[in-house]
Structure formats: C-alpha cells, structure tokens
Design a protein around this ligand. Sequence first.
Ligand SMILES: [Zn+2]
Length: 99
Amino acid sequence: MMAMAFDWLNKFHHEMEKEPDYAEKTLAAYRLGMRAKGSIVGVTIQRAENCCDAVRQLAENKIYHPDEAPRLPLPECSQGRRCGCVYRPVMTYEQTKKG
Ligand SMILES: [Zn+2]
C-alpha cells in the first residue's frame, strides 16, 4: 500500500511543470551556497528515468559550476517544461569520496 502511494507521489512530482525560471533560480541558490559555506562544489544534472535523449547526450555525473551548467529543461528536451531532470548539488565530501 505504501509503495503505491509513493509511486503516485513520484509520478505527480515528475509530471509537474518547471517554472520558467527554474534553472536561473536553482543555479543562483547553489551559487550562493558555494560562496556561503564552501561545502557545495557544483551541480550535477540528475536525469529523470523517462526523460529525453537530449539529456542523455550530456556526460553523466559531470560536475558543473552553476554559471556553466546547461539550462534545464534543455532546449532540445522533448518534454519541455515537463522535463523531469533536475539539478543536484554536489558537496565537497561527495567529490572526495569519488576521487
Ligand atoms: Zn529532459
């Protein structure tokens, strides 16, 4: 029963449209985070399971500076603002763990 509820939530989340300024707002927040504490080293793009080919062309797990990250949704994304791909902050401890 719980699993079904979570499925529904996930589905709902992925079907929500992004705000037109999603990329600007999110990247600006991470940029501030980098300046404030130094624990954020950059952002990665977390692909949605069922998302477009455009995002699959990007290097997986690449760490971008917020100023240089591709804007989401990607212009070529077939799902437009329903694109489920999101930015995820990369913390310093994660980076050192990966080597
Ligand atoms: Zn997409």
